[in-house]
Design a protein around this ligand. Sequence first.
Ligand code: NAP
Length: 311
Amino acid sequence: MVKAENITIIGSGPAGYTAAIYAARAGLSPLMISGLEQGGQLMITTDVENYPGFEKPVQGPWLMEQMKNQAKSFGTRILVDFVKDVDLNSLPFKIKTEKEVIKSNSIVIATGAKANWLNIKGEQEFMGFGVSACATCDGFFFKDKEVAVVGGGNSAVEEALYLTNFAAKVTLVHRRDKLRAEKILQDRLFRNNKVEIIWNSKAIEFKGNENPQSLKQVILENVNDGKKFIVDTNGAFIAIGHDPSTSLFKGKLNMDDENYIITKNDSTETSIEGIFAAGDVKDKIYRQAVTAAGMGCMAALEAEKYLSENY
Ligand code: NAP
């Protein structure tokens, strides 16, 4: 028999580390290919208050370091490398990285997703200091403050509605004169008197204080007449879509029309037996560290069962 890894986990966010912790404790000696930037989306998050187990807020990068150390403490081997290609046609599966070809009897895909950003001036500078891509994560910090949401899809409208639970005022900024979101969400938005909608406008710059770093304004531009204007705001939530990191698996695993990996109901199993997907790479609804971690646990348990039945 060809010598191969039992289980290889691709990706090092909460889904990947949780899969690693479970697989390592099950004696599977997992290999994790972490990518070149380890830790996933929490590495660009400041205060985390909704990950269970911590009474006080913790910093995203610190939380990821804890997960990494926990995974390593049970024997997970972490390869800091980047996957270039995969061959899923025959067993063992083959994973080609920058440095080597790894053979593996099972794979957990936990490559996550990236929020789309506007790429405008000030956005990077105020990320985590007023600019966010997750209202569920950061909305609570804006109690009785004014916030803006950019976008016109389901996410933008849901985020705007969610933010009305905390904020004094929510301004939704959309580049067209029609929302893309479902009608039921639109109706809810239009009825909410905390919400103002600015149509036909795009955000062109974020401005704020340097010390302490905090967002104060977003500069908008009307797309029809080019006029620029300022909206005072303490927070800006960018909700212009996410991109799951799945280009490696295109044409190889079943995906939906937005390139999220499709898994079986109540399972992390993909269209190929022995390959599992966990976290934001297969989830466009919840996108939380704790839901990703839960799916990582499921993937490891399912992989363990698959390996015990097949090897
Ligand atoms: P989306 O549906 O792709 O909407 C993205 C929005 O951002 C669009 O309104 C788009 O404007 C706008 N946009 C894109 N690039 C922009 C830019 N550079 N500047 C300004 N605006 C920009 O993304 P989503 O809302 O994140 O939803 C993604 C998927 O998840 C969808 O299938 C959605 O239905 C689903 N989802 C479902 C639920 C639910 O079922 N409850 C909740 C959330 C998401 P245009 O309209 O002009 O293109």
